[in-house]
Design a protein around this ligand. Structure first.
Ligand code: HEC
Length: 148
């Protein structure tokens, strides 16, 4: 760490610098090519159970008619790797603290939820296993792509 911010200068005696390991844990991003995708796997059938427990009250049954964004025709759909990244990074939101993440989903849960969102959008089947390889091969039909 060569660049120190004001808050990291010595003298205040509070806190400590984060280790590189801690920073990497927070900062890793799954790019569109998905090369950073971690190990793990899940199906839409598994994702449906997690969705019912952790997502349905904000996004509605099958991603429709909830108080928050509809997940049918989500603008992130054309890029399943970004969908994975977004879910893992930001969801589920907290009901209690606006904008906060309620808990960190595991890699398996994230694969399962990504599979479920692809499934409710008619892109993959209920039992298709999504993992670091298969997610890259998902073919988003042209008509499912959002119109600018
Ligand atoms: C407390 C409410 C809440 C819960 C619970 C919640 N979300 Fe969200 N979700 C939001 C909000 C609010 C947004 C929009 C955030 C924004 O646009 O900044 C969002 C956006 C999303 C998006 C992006 C939608 C888009 O337009 O591309 C996805 C995908 C998503 N959520 C999936 C999930 C999944 C999967 C779960 C369960 C693990 C979940 N959410 C739980 C509130 C919630």
């Amino acid at each position: 760490m060569s660049q120190l911010g004001l808050s990291q200068t010595s003298g205040v005696g509070l806190g400590r610098n984060m280790t590189d390991e801690e920073i990497n844990k927070l900062m890793y991003t799954i790019g569109p090519k998905g090369v950073e995708l971690p190990s793990g796997q899940g199906t839409a059938r598994e994702g449906e159970k997690i969705y019912t427990q952790s997502c349905i009250f904000c996004h509605g049954p099958e991603g429709l008619n909830g108080p928050q964004n509809t997940l049918k025709g989500s603008p992130r759909l054309p890029m399943p790797t970004s969908l994975w990244d977004y879910i893992h990074r930001a969801m589920p939101r907290s009901l209690a603290i606006v904008g906060a993440q309620e808990r960190q989903l595991s890699n398996d849960e994230t694969y399962a939820l990504t599979a479920y969102i692809l499934y409710i959008n008619g892109v993959i089947g209920h039992d298709e296993v999504m993992n670091a390889e298969s997610l890259l091969k998902v073919d988003i039909p042209m008509e499912k792509k959002p119109i600018d």
